[in-house]
Design a protein around this ligand. Structure first.
Ligand code: B12
Ligand code: SF4
Length: 499
């Protein structure tokens, strides 16, 4: 009989539900080593806690994947429940949060071990040790508890993506995700790391800065097979910076056009790399299905971009990227960060102007906004103490750490409220196209359209007092709520999450 490894994936509090790529990555080497893999994702599993406990009975261990923020709530809940029923079954945590804050995560009483960094090989080694009744001693990349002490093994060297096995997409229940999200989609990676080092980004902490990628032919083969096999409408290529190698991107586009497979795909890339392409090349990418490029514009202020260590991106390239992508028929999507250390009302207004100018000139463009949130592992976090930032002292404390709500020592009280209101006006002023299909009642749609005009006026003039339009919007949302997802899963937040 095969031995089973049980995975739990806590909800992302996002309607953008699809199979967790990290777990699909970990599943392949386990299956190749002869283990059975079972995944319980709370987003698509009613009574997920009961399911975990029942599946754990004949599993070797419980493995959980998480990032910093709300996923910690369900992680802590499930780990506690598992340890209460099966105190001898190891609870193993991996992913961005355990990797960037190993000591504190392992100190959680319900966690037995963690993996720092890539988990493909580390987890197979761990499971073999569990089966043999051995401790995790000596397994690179692993930290564990022994006699109540925290033991940290040597780090595991990063593997380039070319040496990693393909993801186990056959384990994904795409039908269930489609019922939650309204769209049939998957994530895919074609490269690892990013050559840049923005001050707020955690990327270097886990993947270093040595960008490495799959060859174009392999990407074309895998993607064609993936979308055809599972009937996907959309593929989100979650590479941190897809366009680092210009020739590779063009070769991928040519390959996909030759295959004639029809689907939309979106990528993440920095604006300076987008603008190295010609409009003709971008049109080729569009013909290959590329429908959106997500870019970290981050600020409309040169001063703040400098503080963010983003001198590689000039303000002009943000405009140029919007222009070139629009000409090619690809949606330019931008992320913005408010409240970065050093930002005052002046720089905030520069950011609003940038957003307004671009959205007016290029109606296809969209902006997603966040409040600066200092993540462990990011270069700016080294200055946290200097900046007066208080970080949570326990694993569970990080559950509320979330860029939608972050309150900072220099952005709190009335000022914080003003920025949040401004962000809300931005959400109603211009259209955005989330991955998850957001069904709206016709009345709420009409209300949203009507209030977009006064919202633009407010943003233009920096007037956010007496927010009657937002009051009206909330009333309409309450009176005419969107239809419930067709599955009894997690209650998902109405604000779409994007990074
Ligand atoms: C896709 C994605 C999302 C999607 C997720 C969709 C989904 N259905 O899963 C969405 C849009 C919802 C999202 C949201 C957010 N995200 Co996001 N996201 C990503 C992204 C681009 C890819 C993640 C991924 O799947 N990678 C591919 C897999 C294969 O790699 P991996 O996750 O690193 O997994 C490997 C290892 O970590 C390890 N591992 C992982 N899990 C486990 C578990 C075990 C047991 C073991 C042993 C090992 C292990 O092994 C894996 C294989 O090597 C990453 C960036 C990145 N490069 O990874 C950011 C990233 C994870 N997101 C990030 C952030 C900040 C956010 C948001 C806060 C953004 C926001 N402004 O709201 C929200 C948070 C949502 C929430 N509620 O908590 C940060 C996280 C930083 C941190 N400290 O945790 C990242 C790293 C981006 C960045 N560079 O800053 N995100
Ligand atoms: S924010 Fe984007 S461009 Fe900057 S280092 Fe991170 S992945 Fe690279």
């Amino acid at each position: 009989m095969k031995k089973k490894v049980l995975f739990f994936f806590p909800a992302f509090s996002s309607q953008e539900a699809t199979a967790p790529l990290a777990i699909l990555a970990l599943a392949t080497p386990l299956e190749r080593a002869g283990y059975e893999v079972r995944i319980i994702d709370s987003t698509i599993t009613p009574n997920f806690q009961q399911q975990v406990i029942s599946e754990l009975e004949d599993s070797l261990c419980l493995a959980i994947s998480l990032v910093t923020g709300p996923m910690i709530r369900e992680t802590a809940q499930i780990a506690k429940a598992a340890k209460a029923v099966y105190p001898d079954k190891p609870v193993i945590l991996g992913g961005w949060h355990p990797s960037l804050l190993p000591d504190q995560t392992l100190a959680c009483p319900d966690v037995d071990a963690i993996v720092v960094g890539q988990g493909e090989e580390a987890l197979v080694d761990m499971v073999r040790h569990i089966e043999a009744g051995e401790s995790f001693k000596g397994i690179p990349g692993v930290a564990y508890k022994e006699d109540g002490k925290l033991v940290f093994n040597t780090p595991r060297a990063l593997r380039p993506i070319r040496e990693l096995p393909p993801k186990a997409y056959h384990l994904a229940d795409f039908d269930a995700y489609e019922r939650v999200c309204g769209r049939r989609w998957a994530m895919y990676t074609s490269s690892l790391a990013c050559p840049f080092n923005c001050a707020y980004c955690t990327n270097e902490g886990l993947y270093g800065r040595k960008w490495n990628a799959l060859e174009a032919d392999q990407v074309v083969d895998e993607v064609t097979d993936l979308v055809s096999r599972y009937g996907l409408q959309l593929l989100w290529v979650v590479d941190d910076n897809f366009l680092v190698d210009r020739n590779r991107a063009v070769d991928i586009a040519e390959g996909l056009v030759r295959r004639g497979v029809k689907f939309d795909w979106s990528i993440q890339a920095s604006t300076n790399l987008v603008t190295r392409f010609t409009v003709e090349e971008l049109k080729l990418l569009r013909r290959a299905g590329l429908s959106q490029v997500s870019q970290g514009a981050d600020s409309g202020s040169k001063k703040i971009l400098h503080l963010m260590n983003k001198d590689f991106q000039k303000l002009e390239t943000i405009y140029l990227a919007a222009d070139m992508l629009s000409q090619a028929g690809i949606r330019p999507s931008f992320n913005m960060i408010f409240g970065f250390p050093g930002e005052t009302e002046v720089e905030r207004r520069e950011s609003i102007s940038l957003i307004m100018n671009i959205c007016r000139r290029y109606p296809q463009a969209e902006f997603w906004t966040n409040i600066f949130t200092p993540y462990p592992g990011s270069p700016i976090m080294k200055k946290a103490f200097e900046l007066g930032i208080q970080v949570p002292k326990t694993f569970e404390g990080w559950a509320d750490f979330f860029p939608r709500y972050t309150v900072l020592p220099w952005l709190n009280g009335a000022q914080h409220e003003r920025v949040q209101r401004m962000r809300e006006y931005l959400r109603v002023a211009f259209n955005r196209v989330p991955i998850g299909v957001q069904k709206k009642h016709p009345v709420t749609r009409l209300v949203h359209r009507t209030i977009s005009l006064p919202a633009r006026w407010r943003l233009e003039h920096g007037v956010y007092g007496a927010p009657v339009e937002l009051w009206l919007k909330n009333k309409a949302n309450k009176a005419f709520p969107p239809p419930k997802p067709k599955i009894d899963a997690q209650r998902l937040s109405s604000e779409v999450v994007s990074c």
